[in-house]
Every structure is written in structure tokens, then in C-alpha cells.
Design a protein around this ligand. Sequence first.
Ligand code: ADP
Ligand code: ZN
Length: 731
Amino acid sequence: MLELLKRYFGYDEFRPLQAEIIDAVMGGSDTLVVMPTGGGKSLCYQLPALALPGVTLVVSPLIALMKDQVDALKANGVPTECLNSGMSGEEQSRVQTQTHRGEIKLLYVAPERIVRPGFQRFLESIQLSLIAVDEAHCISQWGHEFRPDYRNLRQLRGLAPNTSVIALTATATQRVRDDIVSQLAMKSPSVFTGSINRPNLRYAVFPNTDRYDILVERLRKHRGASAIVYRGSQKGCEELAADLDEDGIQALPYHAGLDSQTRQRNQERFVRDEAPVIVATVAFGMGIDKPDIRLVAHYDMPGSIERYYQESGRAGRDGLASDCIVFYGARDREREMFFIERIENELERQSAETKLDAIVSYCQTGSCRRAALLRYFGEEPSDENCDSCDVCEAETFDATIISQKILSAVIRTGERFGATHVSQVLTGRRVKSVTDRNHDSLSVFGIVDDYTAKSLRELMATLVSRGLMVRGDSRYPTLSVTPQGRSFLKNRESIELPVLESTKRVSRRARAELDYDYDLFQKLRELRTRLASDRGVPPYVVFGDVSLREMAHYYPQSEDSLLRITGVGRVKFRDFGDNFLDVIRDYAVPNGIEDRTGMMVSGGSRESRRSLNGNSSRNSGIGSSLEETLALLKEGLPFQEVVNRRGLARSTVSSHLEWLIESGKLDDYEGYLPADPDMKRITHAFETVGYERLRPVHEALNGEFAYWKLRLARAHFRRQGVAKSGSSPSP
Ligand code: ADP
Ligand code: ZN
């Protein structure tokens, strides 16, 4: 199973409960899984589907979701199809034929299809290994999303009495659970219940007085990542979306008052990363599976904790840290009461009021918000202090010294640079932009080693908000020190700042998350968007943020290294590997950044792997590595000899060589290219297939030449001006 997990999904280990659940399913037992959103439920049937002989039927309520799930599985090389009413008869019979032939491992269908006689005949004619029921709470009228069509599943059980079933849901009370078990006629099922806690979500509540400014600040902090803002009214959605747009934050409205075409288009643009923010009424969210939503903000207080848990739960499905915030004011309760008082049925009215009181007390609580949420759902929190809600985080630290360092660096560099440059100087990065200006000889160069670049940027933002610095409003957000900042320095004042989100990660026991190179991450993100739009799939189908962040931390520069990155399975590697390697190398090599995948703890747990990066592992001797390789190459030593002497991976040396050839730094390189008859064939292949992508060339040559050899050849062509330089930035 672990082998399949790595090959198809690119993951190294199971999440909690996954292994146990998969064991139960493979053992033929009926299984009920209750796990929160983002817990990794899908894998619990997808992996067995790959291991079992026949086909696994997946019942899923929404056609829109189905399509994205199928695309995502296909991108991983898992033979998957769906049958739904949106498809032509021709397409449907193609899928049926493929299923008959045993070419499909997972088949997604909507519940209404099950009762069609044609479909029942089809079912009888195939080898059905497993039935998976997604969003299984839809079967129960006690749940909040009852779908009468789900009752058809009973019949399905009748048709395939010996096929085991796995039912999955994120929210189910005991009553709903019992209902699922009886409706699906599950036989002594194995039940797995995960904690409803979402450890990667950070909860906070703000007074709604300055809510617009706080929202804008939060959205800026997440820099172009996806966010949902919920509003209580349609008019409010429109207005807020327009305001944000005016402030340069692309935001689209989504509510029931829009025609379905506009709604559809806005949702699509959001899912495809074309518009980062959606401002929506509750109508939004059911039909999307976007894993990389970094912020869910409730601009108006939601009406109940149930709703809040569900809506905020759309953040951070991929497990990366994400924010959930609510803006609260006393008027919120009045507004909701206005509606509640109009409920006729007394029991319903009372229940709505009780729920309202619960969410109000969540907003007003002076103790841990996470603990409050868990208790509401009957789960005892393991800790009274979660470390990641606004109440638990309301701590300050003595930021005097680090603030002095930052302000000095801003002054020493002439108050003409932005946060990135200043933090590169402070952390002692010898990148070209720093050395060109001789900023590596300043006294402030490299004086910070206890903060990551990310926490420094955060600190600078805080110092701006405290009025010690200002950010220029020109096209370049240069930092300069205000008179207040100068007197802070001169009088040696001290300053307390709220504990930073990012320093917490380094200094406290909170979950470590990878610190990554934001510039490279952005480049990778652009590539992802481009590849996704070529294929007509959402960007996250290409690679998730987890994978891109790891790439922007470990800088994999060879095939082997890339395969070690989370989420890089065989098929994605084959389809996208080259493109990503090109971008990483074009970024890393000129900056002298080496492949750091060697620092991963192979086979170790992800936690231990992660903890490695807390103390910002900077590249020592940036740039000099490339110089050393160049010196040896200039001596004309054989390639293997250079590799040996450098003590680096062959792929690293070859990427140095590639860059040195292409950039014109090494003149005498013919000896390092493939020898003549080979070179002729390679030249011919490039001429025929084009220079843009290597895989077709590799294939045209029957895979006889390693990619690094092809890269060297391509560098030569580019040097000759035959092929235009790809995405390489001029160093
Ligand atoms: P759920 O259906 O429970 O909401 P998903 O199945 O969509 O959760 O999984 C959430 C995210 O976690 C997905 O991006 C998925 O690829 C990822 N994931 C699942 N299992 C693992 C694992 N074992 N290792 C790493 N990532 C995983
Ligand atoms: Zn807390």
C-alpha cells in the first residue's frame, strides 16, 4: 500500500487512521468513516480501489465536484471515469465499455443514476469490488444536507449484496451515524471517528468596527492566495466585492441573486486561481473542493456554530496553515434575532435561539476558541491552550533588538528597498542584487540568524503598522524610517510586539511548517496555472501548495530529487517534472543555490523532516559553488572527475554546466557534450520536435539519453542562438 501511495499520489506515509481504515476495507469489512474535512478520507477508498481486482463505484452528490475529482485522479495516473447526465450518450457508452474491459479502477456516479434499469444491468455485468459513498450524511434526514436520491443506495446494496461498502462523511451526529449504518444495511461495520479538530486552522474574532481595514490587511498578508468572505446579504456581497476591487484586490460576488451563468463563471474563475477572493452568501462552497483556501472570513457573524464550523472548514483542506476569522459586533445578535422571532414553530424558534447564543458566546469568549468549538460538538480538547487562536496567541515578546536591527538595515541601505531586499541583507544572503550594491559589506549584513525571512517580513509589516516605518506608495514598496522610528533608535526605547505567527513556529512547540522561498514559489505557481489552463483543469490538480512549497524549500534539481517531493507521483513526474525542474534550475543555478533534498530525512516521519528547517538553513557560500565548478571545468577535467572533486550530485554539476554554457561563462565546453554520432541524433530530434519541452525529445530518442545530457545539448543550442532561451532569467 505504501508503494502505491508513493507511486500514484507521491506521499510517503499515511495520515492518522488511513492505514487502519484501508486495512479494514481490504479485509472485506463494511466501514464507516467520520473524519473532518481535509482529513484525507478520499484515499481510504482510492487506494483500495487500486489494489482490488475490479472496479470501485463511488457515489458522490455533486456533478461539478465529481469532474474535478476525476481530473485530479487522472492526473495521478489512476484510471478513473464518471457517468453523469451532463455527458453525451456516446461518452457514456465509451465509459461503460472501458469499465467492462477492466480498464477503469474508479467509477464516479450520482445517486439518481442508481435506480435506472440500464445502469442496474450494467452493474450486474461488471466486476464490482467496492462501493464508496461520499458525503454519506446526505442519506439521513436528520443530517443538514438530506438528499432523497441517496435513499436509492439501499437498492444498490440489494443488487450487490456481497460487495462491501465504505461510507464517508465529515459531520455526523450519533443519530446520523446510526441512520447511515441502517440505510446502507451495513453488516457489523468498522467505525472510525477522527477528532473534529482542524489543527491547521487558526481561529480569531475581531470587533467589527474596523472590519474592512482588518480584512484588507489579512487578504494582503495572504498575497494572492484564495479566500472566501461570507456576508449576510446579497447587497453586502456586491458592495464589498466592489470595494475590494477598488483597493486592488480582485474579488467576485457570489449569491443567489446572480443569474446562474454569472455564478458559475465567478466560481470557475475562483477555482482556477484567476480571482483570489470570492464574496459570498452561504450559497457558496458546497460545489467546490479547492484545497488551498488560506482564509475564510465571516464579515457578518454566522447564525450558528454548526454553520461556522462547516463554512470555516473550507479553509486549508491541504493541511497548510489557514485563517478563519469572524467579525463580531453587538448588532449581529439583534439582526439574527429579528429573523428568529419570526419563526412560527416554537421548538424551532427556541433551538435557533440556543444556537445563536452559542455562536455569540464563541465570539465573546476569553478562553481558547478551538476548545470552545470542540466542546460544542462534544469533544474534550486535549489542551486548554491551542497555541493557534487569537486568545491563546495574545502574547507579546520583547522585540527591541530585532526592531533596532531592521530599522538600521533600512537606513543603511539608503531607504530605497523593499522588505525582501532588507531581509536578504539582514540574513546575509549573497544574492546578486545584494552583492551588486555591495550591501554584503555593510555592518548590518548577516546580523540576524534567529528569524526566518518570513518572520522578518511579518515584523516589518508590524513596524509599519506601528508607525516606525512607512512603505512607499510608488510602484516599488520601498521602506523608510519615520521620525518616530528614528527617535525609537536614538533614545534606545524598548518595544513589545505581539508574538508573530511565523516566530511562533520556530520558537514554540506549534506545528512546524516549511519556510519557503517566496519568489520561487510564485514562479512555480505561475507555471502551475499555465499547465492547468492548457489542460483545462484547476491548478491544484497539477500540484498542490504543499508540493510547491517543498520545491521552493528544497530546490530539487534532478529527477531523483523531484521524485522525493510530496505529491510527485510517477505520472505527474512524467507529465510535469521537466517543466518544474526547468523553472527551479533557472532560479537556483544562477543564484548558486544547491539542491537541498539531501536534507530530507528519508523514510523518517514528515514531522522530523519538517523540524529540520526551523533554524533557517541558509545556503552558505552562495555563488561560490558555481565558481568552483567553473574553475574545474575550465581546467578541462573530464565531467566525472569534476563531479568527484566537487563531491556533489552529478545532476547538480550538470545543471551548473548547463547554466555556464547557456550564459556564455564557459567557452570551451564541446568536450562535455555528447560525442558526435549521438549529438547528430540529438540535434535532429530537437529540430523535429522543438526545443521547448524535453520529454518529447527524450521519447523521440527512445529514452536512450538521460535528461541531463539532453539539457546540456539544449544549452548548447541556445548558446548558438538556435533555440531561444527558455524561461531562464538573465542572471
Ligand atoms: P477529505 O475528503 O477528508 O476532506 P481529502 O481526501 O480531500 O480530505 O484530502 C485532503 C488533502 O490531503 C488532499 O489534498 C490530499 O491529497 C491530502 N492527503 C490525503 N492523504 C494524505 C497523505 N497520506 N499524505 C499527504 N497528503 C495527504
Ligand atoms: Zn486557542
